[in-house]
Ligand binder design. Structure first.
Ligand code: DC
Length: 221
């Protein structure tokens, strides 16, 4: 049994899981795994190498030797800072498509497990609590109304200097929600033992406080 504590934070796009996971990891002094960034970086790598997104074997090979590093809020792929590139529209769509390929998920599974190191890990994504870390100490599932998630994603992109429009984002998020939830393998859904939090009317710091109180209770028991 692995005794290193893991906190999983899953949920759809714009639910706030990335920001909440980052702040929770900081508060706890734990490592952070942004699993979506792995899928997104694989998409960037595949697009750059002109790999056909229908060639599942080549994509799985690429996933197995993905050379990715996280550091000070940035994501590095093959030594190049791809933090902005991984957030673009085309990469978001490709990442969602890659998430439907079983061979890709298997290849990325091992890489995700390797993030579990002392003193602990906060992992955010779609299947952290259901598939990758089923023995997590605390499982959180964040949701929010679609319109609120669209607004949050819009602000995030504009703040990063990436072009976006609300109608486009609404359509994209609906499409991605459907693809992520309806895929047969590791679909987006709360784990049976997850605490589900609707963040529509909550500020980020309120959500982090809630998550931290759940984690502290669990660490103390
Ligand atoms: O969390 P995100 O929006 O950065 O993730 C981008 C895409 O990657 C998402 O639409 C589906 C895929 N993904 C996944 O299939 N499983 C995960 N654990 C994380 C992301």
């Amino acid at each position: 049994m692995n005794k290193i504590p893991v906190i999983t934070i899953d949920g759809p796009s714009g639910s706030g899981k990335g920001t909440v996971a980052t702040l929770t990891a900081k508060d706890l002094g734990f490592r952070l795994l942004d699993s979506g960034a792995l899928y997104r970086s694989l998409a960037v790598s595949a697009i750059k190498r002109e790999v056909n997104l229908e060639d599942h074997r080549q994509l799985a090979d690429l996933a197995r030797c993905l050379n990715i590093e996280f550091g000070s809020g940035s994501v590095w792929l093959d030594g190049e800072d791809v933090s902005l590139e991984i957030r673009t529209d085309i990469v978001s769509k490709a990442a969602s498509l890659l998430g439907t390929i079983p061979a890709v998920r298997t290849a990325l599974h091992e890489q995700q497990l390797a993030f579990r190191k002392e003193p602990g890990l906060v992992a955010d994504g779609r299947d952290m609590g259901t598939v990758v870390f089923p023995d997590a100490l605390v499982k959180i599932y964040l949701t929010a109304r679609l319109e609120e998630r669209v607004q949050r994603r819009y602000k995030q992109l504009i703040d990063k200097g990436i072009d976006a429009t609300l109608p486009h984002l609404l359509r994209d998020l609906k499409e991605r929600d459907a693809k992520d939830s309806e895929r047969p393998i590791s679909p987006l859904k709360p784990a049976k033992d997850a605490v589900v939090l609707d963040t529509t009317d909550l500020q980020v710091d309120q959500v982090v406080q809630l998550v931290m109180s759940i984690v502290r209770d669990r660490l103390a028991s």
